[in-house]
Design a protein around this ligand. Sequence first.
Ligand code: FAD
Length: 397
Amino acid sequence: MDFSLSQEQLAVREVVRKFVDEEILPHIREWDEKHHFEPRILQRLAELGLMGVCIPEKYGGAGMDYNTLAIVCDELERGDIAFRTAVSVHTGLNSLTLLQWGTEEQKQKYLVPQARGEKIGAFGLTEPNAGSDVAAMRTTAVRDGDSYILNGSKIWISLADVADHFLVFAYTDRAKKHHGITAFIVERGWEGFSTRSIKGKLGIRAGNTGELFFDHVRVPVENRVGEEGEGFRIAMSALDNGRFTVAAGACGCIAACLEASVKYCHERETFGQPIGKHQLVQQMIAKMAANLESSRLLVYRAGWLKNQGLPNTRETSLAKWVACDAAWEAASDAVQIHGAYGYSNEYPVERYLRNAKAPVIYEGTREIHTILQAEYALGYRRDKPLSRRLPAWPFEE
Ligand SMILES: Cc1cc2nc3c(=O)[nH]c(=O)nc-3n(C[C@H](O)[C@H](O)[C@H](O)COP(=O)(O)OP(=O)(O)OC[C@H]3O[C@@H](n4cnc5c(N)ncnc54)[C@H](O)[C@@H]3O)c2cc1C
Protein backbone atom coordinates (compact mmCIF):
# COMPACT_ATOMS: atom_id res chain seq x y z
CA MET A 1 0.00 0.00 0.00
CA ASP A 2 1.49 3.32 -1.06
CA PHE A 3 -0.17 6.47 0.29
CA SER A 4 2.22 8.93 -1.32
CA LEU A 5 1.36 11.14 -4.28
CA SER A 6 3.65 10.88 -7.31
CA GLN A 7 5.85 13.79 -8.41
CA GLU A 8 3.44 14.38 -11.32
CA GLN A 9 0.43 14.43 -9.00
CA LEU A 10 2.16 16.84 -6.62
CA ALA A 11 3.03 19.08 -9.56
CA VAL A 12 -0.59 19.11 -10.80
CA ARG A 13 -1.78 19.93 -7.28
CA GLU A 14 0.58 22.91 -7.17
CA VAL A 15 -0.55 24.14 -10.59
CA VAL A 16 -4.25 24.00 -9.63
CA ARG A 17 -3.62 25.51 -6.19
CA LYS A 18 -1.76 28.45 -7.72
CA PHE A 19 -4.44 28.86 -10.38
CA VAL A 20 -7.19 28.91 -7.72
CA ASP A 21 -5.27 31.38 -5.54
CA GLU A 22 -4.48 33.74 -8.41
CA GLU A 23 -7.39 33.45 -10.82
CA ILE A 24 -10.45 32.29 -8.86
CA LEU A 25 -10.26 33.44 -5.24
CA PRO A 26 -9.71 37.17 -6.00
CA HIS A 27 -12.96 37.28 -8.04
CA ILE A 28 -15.23 34.59 -6.67
CA ARG A 29 -17.15 36.73 -4.20
CA GLU A 30 -18.18 39.10 -6.99
CA TRP A 31 -19.02 36.31 -9.45
CA ASP A 32 -21.07 34.56 -6.78
CA GLU A 33 -22.94 37.76 -5.86
CA LYS A 34 -23.69 38.56 -9.50
CA HIS A 35 -24.55 34.96 -10.48
CA HIS A 36 -21.84 35.33 -13.10
CA PHE A 37 -20.36 32.29 -14.88
CA GLU A 38 -16.87 33.25 -16.03
CA PRO A 39 -16.08 31.34 -19.27
CA ARG A 40 -12.42 32.39 -19.15
CA ILE A 41 -11.88 29.89 -16.32
CA LEU A 42 -12.68 26.93 -18.58
CA GLN A 43 -10.36 28.34 -21.27
CA ARG A 44 -7.57 28.64 -18.69
CA LEU A 45 -8.22 25.10 -17.42
CA ALA A 46 -7.91 23.94 -21.04
CA GLU A 47 -4.61 25.82 -21.47
CA LEU A 48 -3.33 24.11 -18.32
CA GLY A 49 -4.27 20.71 -19.79
CA LEU A 50 -6.83 20.11 -17.04
CA MET A 51 -10.01 19.58 -19.10
CA GLY A 52 -8.87 16.08 -20.07
CA VAL A 53 -6.34 15.32 -17.38
CA CYS A 54 -7.07 11.56 -17.22
CA ILE A 55 -7.97 11.06 -20.89
CA PRO A 56 -5.32 9.11 -22.87
CA GLU A 57 -2.90 11.28 -24.86
CA LYS A 58 -4.01 9.59 -28.10
CA TYR A 59 -7.45 11.16 -27.51
CA GLY A 60 -6.14 14.63 -26.76
CA GLY A 61 -5.80 14.32 -22.96
CA ALA A 62 -2.89 14.57 -20.53
CA GLY A 63 -2.83 10.79 -19.97
CA MET A 64 -2.58 11.01 -16.19
CA ASP A 65 -4.24 8.60 -13.76
CA TYR A 66 -7.76 8.81 -12.29
CA ASN A 67 -6.54 10.05 -8.92
CA THR A 68 -5.00 13.06 -10.66
CA LEU A 69 -8.55 13.96 -11.73
CA ALA A 70 -9.51 13.71 -8.04
CA ILE A 71 -6.66 16.06 -7.10
CA VAL A 72 -7.80 18.60 -9.72
CA CYS A 73 -11.38 18.48 -8.40
CA ASP A 74 -10.28 18.68 -4.76
CA GLU A 75 -8.15 21.77 -5.40
CA LEU A 76 -10.72 23.43 -7.69
CA GLU A 77 -13.49 23.18 -5.11
CA ARG A 78 -11.20 24.78 -2.54
CA GLY A 79 -11.71 27.79 -4.85
CA ASP A 80 -15.36 27.32 -5.76
CA ILE A 81 -17.75 24.48 -6.50
CA ALA A 82 -18.83 26.02 -9.84
CA PHE A 83 -15.59 25.11 -11.62
CA ARG A 84 -15.32 21.69 -10.03
CA THR A 85 -18.91 21.00 -11.14
CA ALA A 86 -17.88 22.01 -14.67
CA VAL A 87 -15.00 19.51 -14.65
CA SER A 88 -17.28 16.87 -13.11
CA VAL A 89 -19.80 17.03 -15.94
CA HIS A 90 -17.33 17.71 -18.74
CA THR A 91 -14.71 15.09 -17.84
CA GLY A 92 -16.38 12.85 -15.26
CA LEU A 93 -19.83 12.39 -16.77
CA ASN A 94 -19.26 13.09 -20.45
CA SER A 95 -15.67 12.53 -21.65
CA LEU A 96 -14.97 9.43 -19.56
CA THR A 97 -18.26 7.94 -20.77
CA LEU A 98 -17.19 8.48 -24.38
CA LEU A 99 -13.83 6.90 -23.53
CA GLN A 100 -15.59 3.86 -22.07
CA TRP A 101 -18.55 3.44 -24.43
CA GLY A 102 -17.90 5.56 -27.55
CA THR A 103 -17.02 4.22 -31.01
CA GLU A 104 -13.63 5.19 -32.45
CA GLU A 105 -15.43 7.72 -34.70
CA GLN A 106 -17.25 9.25 -31.70
CA LYS A 107 -13.96 9.49 -29.81
CA GLN A 108 -12.25 11.26 -32.69
CA LYS A 109 -15.16 13.61 -33.33
CA TYR A 110 -16.24 14.44 -29.77
CA LEU A 111 -13.77 13.17 -27.18
CA VAL A 112 -10.60 14.64 -28.73
CA PRO A 113 -11.84 18.27 -28.80
CA GLN A 114 -13.38 17.84 -25.35
CA ALA A 115 -10.15 16.48 -23.86
CA ARG A 116 -8.30 19.45 -25.31
CA GLY A 117 -10.93 21.78 -23.85
CA GLU A 118 -11.81 23.15 -27.30
CA LYS A 119 -15.38 21.91 -26.88
CA ILE A 120 -17.35 21.52 -23.66
CA GLY A 121 -19.44 18.47 -22.77
CA ALA A 122 -22.51 18.18 -20.53
CA PHE A 123 -24.75 15.36 -19.29
CA GLY A 124 -28.54 15.33 -19.52
CA LEU A 125 -30.29 12.64 -17.51
CA THR A 126 -32.63 14.43 -15.07
CA GLU A 127 -36.13 15.49 -16.14
CA PRO A 128 -38.88 17.46 -14.39
CA ASN A 129 -40.50 14.19 -13.25
CA ALA A 130 -37.41 11.98 -13.17
CA GLY A 131 -34.48 12.56 -10.81
CA SER A 132 -33.68 9.66 -8.49
CA ASP A 133 -36.25 7.61 -10.41
CA VAL A 134 -34.49 7.68 -13.78
CA ALA A 135 -36.97 5.30 -15.43
CA ALA A 136 -39.74 7.88 -14.96
CA MET A 137 -38.17 9.94 -17.78
CA ARG A 138 -40.44 10.97 -20.67
CA THR A 139 -38.00 12.01 -23.39
CA THR A 140 -38.33 9.73 -26.40
CA ALA A 141 -36.17 8.85 -29.39
CA VAL A 142 -38.01 7.32 -32.33
CA ARG A 143 -36.03 5.69 -35.14
CA ASP A 144 -36.59 7.30 -38.55
CA GLY A 145 -34.35 5.84 -41.27
CA ASP A 146 -30.74 6.51 -40.36
CA SER A 147 -31.71 8.97 -37.58
CA TYR A 148 -33.64 9.16 -34.34
CA ILE A 149 -36.16 11.94 -33.61
CA LEU A 150 -35.82 13.24 -30.05
CA ASN A 151 -38.68 14.91 -28.17
CA GLY A 152 -38.76 15.95 -24.53
CA SER A 153 -36.80 18.00 -22.04
CA LYS A 154 -34.14 17.83 -19.30
CA ILE A 155 -33.79 19.97 -16.22
CA TRP A 156 -31.06 20.86 -13.72
CA ILE A 157 -28.34 20.34 -16.32
CA SER A 158 -24.96 21.79 -15.38
CA LEU A 159 -23.41 23.86 -18.21
CA ALA A 160 -26.72 23.80 -20.13
CA ASP A 161 -26.08 27.22 -21.68
CA VAL A 162 -22.32 26.70 -22.04
CA ALA A 163 -21.69 23.22 -23.42
CA ASP A 164 -21.24 22.32 -27.08
CA HIS A 165 -21.96 18.57 -26.81
CA PHE A 166 -24.64 16.89 -24.68
CA LEU A 167 -24.78 13.25 -23.68
CA VAL A 168 -28.52 12.69 -23.28
CA PHE A 169 -30.80 9.77 -22.48
CA ALA A 170 -34.17 8.95 -23.99
CA TYR A 171 -36.62 6.07 -24.27
CA THR A 172 -36.40 4.08 -27.48
CA ASP A 173 -38.80 1.52 -25.95
CA ARG A 174 -40.73 2.67 -22.89
CA ALA A 175 -42.34 -0.75 -22.33
CA LYS A 176 -38.92 -2.18 -21.46
CA LYS A 177 -38.45 0.41 -18.66
CA HIS A 178 -34.72 0.56 -17.64
CA HIS A 179 -33.84 -1.68 -20.58
CA GLY A 180 -35.55 0.66 -23.05
CA ILE A 181 -33.36 3.74 -22.44
CA THR A 182 -30.72 4.74 -25.02
CA ALA A 183 -27.85 7.28 -24.93
CA PHE A 184 -27.18 9.90 -27.63
CA ILE A 185 -24.75 12.73 -28.36
CA VAL A 186 -26.54 15.96 -29.30
CA GLU A 187 -24.76 19.06 -30.57
CA ARG A 188 -25.73 22.64 -29.73
CA GLY A 189 -27.04 24.36 -32.84
CA TRP A 190 -29.03 21.40 -34.16
CA GLU A 191 -32.53 22.31 -35.28
CA GLY A 192 -35.14 21.91 -32.55
CA PHE A 193 -32.63 21.90 -29.70
CA SER A 194 -32.59 24.81 -27.23
CA THR A 195 -31.45 25.58 -23.68
CA ARG A 196 -32.45 27.95 -20.88
CA SER A 197 -30.71 28.95 -17.62
CA ILE A 198 -32.23 28.33 -14.19
CA LYS A 199 -32.25 31.45 -12.03
CA GLY A 200 -32.49 31.90 -8.26
CA LYS A 201 -30.27 29.01 -7.12
CA LEU A 202 -29.27 28.61 -3.47
CA GLY A 203 -25.63 27.94 -4.38
CA ILE A 204 -23.26 27.29 -7.31
CA ARG A 205 -24.14 30.85 -8.28
CA ALA A 206 -20.89 31.26 -10.22
CA GLY A 207 -21.89 28.20 -12.25
CA ASN A 208 -24.36 27.58 -15.04
CA THR A 209 -27.35 25.26 -14.60
CA GLY A 210 -30.32 25.02 -16.92
CA GLU A 211 -32.83 23.15 -19.03
CA LEU A 212 -32.58 21.36 -22.38
CA PHE A 213 -35.48 21.18 -24.84
CA PHE A 214 -35.79 18.73 -27.73
CA ASP A 215 -38.43 19.51 -30.32
CA HIS A 216 -38.16 16.93 -33.09
CA VAL A 217 -34.35 16.97 -32.95
CA ARG A 218 -32.89 14.71 -35.64
CA VAL A 219 -29.94 12.72 -34.25
CA PRO A 220 -27.93 10.57 -36.69
CA VAL A 221 -27.63 6.88 -35.80
CA GLU A 222 -23.85 7.27 -35.54
CA ASN A 223 -24.48 9.54 -32.51
CA ARG A 224 -26.10 6.74 -30.54
CA VAL A 225 -23.75 5.71 -27.73
CA GLY A 226 -23.81 1.96 -27.09
CA GLU A 227 -26.70 -0.19 -28.23
CA GLU A 228 -30.40 0.57 -28.05
CA GLY A 229 -31.53 -0.18 -24.49
CA GLU A 230 -28.04 0.16 -23.02
CA GLY A 231 -28.60 3.76 -21.89
CA PHE A 232 -29.42 3.06 -18.25
CA ARG A 233 -26.23 1.06 -17.74
CA ILE A 234 -24.24 3.76 -19.55
CA ALA A 235 -25.78 6.44 -17.32
CA MET A 236 -24.96 4.48 -14.17
CA SER A 237 -21.37 3.86 -15.28
CA ALA A 238 -21.07 7.59 -16.07
CA LEU A 239 -22.19 8.28 -12.51
CA ASP A 240 -19.39 6.04 -11.17
CA ASN A 241 -17.01 8.62 -12.63
CA GLY A 242 -19.08 11.74 -11.94
CA ARG A 243 -19.60 10.77 -8.29
CA PHE A 244 -15.87 10.20 -7.92
CA THR A 245 -15.21 13.81 -8.94
CA VAL A 246 -18.00 15.10 -6.68
CA ALA A 247 -16.51 13.22 -3.71
CA ALA A 248 -13.07 14.63 -4.49
CA GLY A 249 -14.52 18.13 -4.73
CA ALA A 250 -16.22 17.69 -1.36
CA CYS A 251 -12.75 17.11 0.13
CA GLY A 252 -11.73 20.52 -1.26
CA CYS A 253 -14.80 22.06 0.37
CA ILE A 254 -13.85 20.54 3.75
CA ALA A 255 -10.27 21.78 3.25
CA ALA A 256 -11.54 25.32 2.55
CA CYS A 257 -13.81 25.21 5.63
CA LEU A 258 -10.90 24.03 7.78
CA GLU A 259 -8.53 26.65 6.38
CA ALA A 260 -10.98 29.53 6.97
CA SER A 261 -11.96 28.24 10.42
CA VAL A 262 -8.37 27.77 11.66
CA LYS A 263 -7.53 31.30 10.51
CA TYR A 264 -10.55 32.72 12.31
CA CYS A 265 -9.81 30.69 15.46
CA HIS A 266 -6.47 32.49 15.73
CA GLU A 267 -7.95 35.94 15.04
CA ARG A 268 -11.10 36.01 17.17
CA GLU A 269 -10.88 36.24 20.96
CA THR A 270 -13.59 35.66 23.55
CA PHE A 271 -13.22 35.52 27.32
CA GLY A 272 -9.60 36.62 27.05
CA GLN A 273 -8.34 33.95 24.66
CA PRO A 274 -8.45 32.95 20.99
CA ILE A 275 -11.61 30.93 20.29
CA GLY A 276 -9.36 28.07 19.10
CA LYS A 277 -8.57 27.47 22.78
CA HIS A 278 -12.19 26.60 23.60
CA GLN A 279 -12.76 22.85 23.59
CA LEU A 280 -16.16 22.97 21.89
CA VAL A 281 -14.64 24.95 19.02
CA GLN A 282 -11.76 22.46 18.92
CA GLN A 283 -14.32 19.68 18.58
CA MET A 284 -15.60 21.21 15.33
CA ILE A 285 -12.06 21.71 14.02
CA ALA A 286 -11.10 18.13 14.95
CA LYS A 287 -14.17 16.77 13.14
CA MET A 288 -13.27 18.70 9.98
CA ALA A 289 -9.67 17.43 10.10
CA ALA A 290 -10.78 13.83 10.64
CA ASN A 291 -13.45 13.97 7.92
CA LEU A 292 -11.01 15.52 5.46
CA GLU A 293 -8.52 12.69 5.92
CA SER A 294 -11.07 9.87 5.88
CA SER A 295 -12.93 11.30 2.88
CA ARG A 296 -9.72 11.65 0.88
CA LEU A 297 -8.77 8.06 1.68
CA LEU A 298 -12.14 6.83 0.38
CA VAL A 299 -11.73 8.91 -2.79
CA TYR A 300 -8.20 7.68 -3.45
CA ARG A 301 -9.24 4.08 -2.93
CA ALA A 302 -12.01 4.49 -5.51
CA GLY A 303 -9.43 6.09 -7.84
CA TRP A 304 -7.02 3.23 -7.23
CA LEU A 305 -9.73 0.74 -8.25
CA LYS A 306 -10.33 2.76 -11.44
CA ASN A 307 -6.60 2.71 -12.15
CA GLN A 308 -6.65 -1.10 -11.85
CA GLY A 309 -9.65 -1.32 -14.19
CA LEU A 310 -11.71 -2.89 -11.37
CA PRO A 311 -15.41 -2.35 -10.60
CA ASN A 312 -15.88 0.50 -8.10
CA THR A 313 -19.59 1.39 -7.97
CA ARG A 314 -19.89 0.50 -4.27
CA GLU A 315 -16.67 2.23 -3.23
CA THR A 316 -17.38 5.35 -5.30
CA SER A 317 -20.89 5.63 -3.86
CA LEU A 318 -19.46 5.32 -0.34
CA ALA A 319 -16.85 8.02 -1.01
CA LYS A 320 -19.50 10.34 -2.52
CA TRP A 321 -21.97 9.86 0.33
CA VAL A 322 -19.44 10.21 3.16
CA ALA A 323 -17.46 13.12 1.66
CA CYS A 324 -20.53 15.18 0.66
CA ASP A 325 -22.23 14.75 4.02
CA ALA A 326 -18.94 15.66 5.73
CA ALA A 327 -18.57 18.77 3.54
CA TRP A 328 -22.08 19.89 4.42
CA GLU A 329 -21.33 19.41 8.13
CA ALA A 330 -17.96 21.16 7.81
CA ALA A 331 -19.56 24.16 6.08
CA SER A 332 -22.24 24.41 8.75
CA ASP A 333 -19.60 24.23 11.51
CA ALA A 334 -17.40 26.76 9.70
CA VAL A 335 -20.29 29.25 9.78
CA GLN A 336 -20.84 28.39 13.46
CA ILE A 337 -17.17 29.05 14.28
CA HIS A 338 -17.40 32.44 12.57
CA GLY A 339 -20.48 33.36 14.64
CA ALA A 340 -22.46 36.27 13.20
CA TYR A 341 -19.63 37.13 10.79
CA GLY A 342 -20.10 33.71 9.21
CA TYR A 343 -23.63 34.74 8.37
CA SER A 344 -22.54 37.40 5.88
CA ASN A 345 -20.44 37.28 2.74
CA GLU A 346 -17.70 39.26 4.44
CA TYR A 347 -16.24 35.76 4.98
CA PRO A 348 -16.36 32.91 2.43
CA VAL A 349 -17.96 30.35 4.73
CA GLU A 350 -21.58 31.32 3.97
CA ARG A 351 -20.81 30.56 0.29
CA TYR A 352 -19.36 27.18 1.29
CA LEU A 353 -22.56 26.38 3.18
CA ARG A 354 -24.85 27.35 0.27
CA ASN A 355 -22.63 25.47 -2.16
CA ALA A 356 -22.27 22.32 -0.05
CA LYS A 357 -25.98 21.47 -0.35
CA ALA A 358 -26.04 20.64 -4.07
CA PRO A 359 -23.58 17.70 -3.84
CA VAL A 360 -25.79 16.12 -1.18
CA ILE A 361 -28.54 16.17 -3.84
CA TYR A 362 -26.92 15.66 -7.24
CA GLU A 363 -25.37 12.47 -8.62
CA GLY A 364 -27.45 10.43 -6.21
CA THR A 365 -29.02 12.03 -3.16
CA ARG A 366 -27.82 11.22 0.35
CA GLU A 367 -30.83 8.92 0.70
CA ILE A 368 -30.11 7.02 -2.53
CA HIS A 369 -26.48 6.40 -1.45
CA THR A 370 -27.62 5.35 2.02
CA ILE A 371 -29.95 2.80 0.41
CA LEU A 372 -27.19 1.58 -1.94
CA GLN A 373 -24.75 1.05 0.93
CA ALA A 374 -27.36 -0.76 3.02
CA GLU A 375 -28.28 -3.00 0.08
CA TYR A 376 -24.63 -3.89 -0.58
CA ALA A 377 -24.08 -4.67 3.12
CA LEU A 378 -27.26 -6.74 3.33
CA GLY A 379 -26.39 -8.68 0.18
CA TYR A 380 -29.46 -7.39 -1.72
CA ARG A 381 -27.36 -5.70 -4.40
CA ARG A 382 -24.64 -7.12 -6.60
CA ASP A 383 -23.24 -5.36 -9.67
CA LYS A 384 -23.25 -7.25 -12.95
CA PRO A 385 -20.15 -6.85 -15.15
CA LEU A 386 -20.48 -4.19 -17.87
CA SER A 387 -19.98 -4.97 -21.55
CA ARG A 388 -17.34 -2.22 -21.66
CA ARG A 389 -14.99 -1.10 -18.90
CA LEU A 390 -13.18 2.14 -18.30
CA PRO A 391 -9.57 1.50 -19.42
CA ALA A 392 -7.11 0.74 -16.65
CA TRP A 393 -4.20 3.13 -16.08
CA PRO A 394 -1.41 3.34 -17.37
CA PHE A 395 -3.27 3.55 -20.66
CA GLU A 396 -2.24 1.41 -23.60
CA GLU A 397 -0.74 3.45 -26.42
C1 FAD B 1 -27.03 22.30 -8.99
C2 FAD B 1 -27.47 21.03 -9.62
C3 FAD B 1 -26.83 20.55 -10.76
C4 FAD B 1 -27.27 19.39 -11.39
N1 FAD B 1 -26.64 18.95 -12.54
C5 FAD B 1 -27.16 17.89 -13.21
C6 FAD B 1 -26.61 17.51 -14.49
O1 FAD B 1 -25.62 18.09 -14.97
N2 FAD B 1 -27.20 16.48 -15.17
C7 FAD B 1 -28.29 15.81 -14.68
O2 FAD B 1 -28.76 14.90 -15.34
N3 FAD B 1 -28.82 16.14 -13.46
C8 FAD B 1 -28.29 17.17 -12.73
N4 FAD B 1 -28.84 17.54 -11.51
C9 FAD B 1 -30.04 16.84 -11.06
C10 FAD B 1 -29.77 15.89 -9.89
O3 FAD B 1 -29.00 14.79 -10.30
C11 FAD B 1 -31.14 15.50 -9.30
O4 FAD B 1 -31.63 16.64 -8.67
C12 FAD B 1 -31.02 14.34 -8.31
O5 FAD B 1 -30.81 13.13 -9.00
C13 FAD B 1 -32.26 14.20 -7.43
O6 FAD B 1 -33.42 14.18 -8.21
P1 FAD B 1 -34.65 15.16 -7.86
O7 FAD B 1 -34.11 16.51 -7.65
O8 FAD B 1 -35.68 14.95 -8.90
O9 FAD B 1 -35.18 14.63 -6.45
P2 FAD B 1 -36.20 13.42 -6.23
O10 FAD B 1 -35.71 12.21 -6.89
O11 FAD B 1 -37.58 13.88 -6.54
O12 FAD B 1 -36.07 13.24 -4.64
C14 FAD B 1 -36.71 14.11 -3.71
C15 FAD B 1 -36.37 13.63 -2.30
O13 FAD B 1 -36.89 12.30 -2.11
C16 FAD B 1 -35.82 11.43 -1.74
N5 FAD B 1 -36.06 10.12 -2.34
C17 FAD B 1 -36.32 9.85 -3.64
N6 FAD B 1 -36.46 8.52 -3.80
C18 FAD B 1 -36.24 7.95 -2.60
C19 FAD B 1 -36.22 6.59 -2.12
N7 FAD B 1 -36.41 5.56 -2.93
N8 FAD B 1 -35.98 6.39 -0.80
C20 FAD B 1 -35.75 7.44 0.03
N9 FAD B 1 -35.74 8.71 -0.35
C21 FAD B 1 -35.99 8.97 -1.65
C22 FAD B 1 -34.57 12.07 -2.28
O14 FAD B 1 -33.41 11.61 -1.60
C23 FAD B 1 -34.86 13.54 -2.04
O15 FAD B 1 -34.59 13.85 -0.70
C24 FAD B 1 -28.38 18.67 -10.84
C25 FAD B 1 -28.99 19.13 -9.67
C26 FAD B 1 -28.55 20.28 -9.06
C27 FAD B 1 -29.23 20.74 -7.80
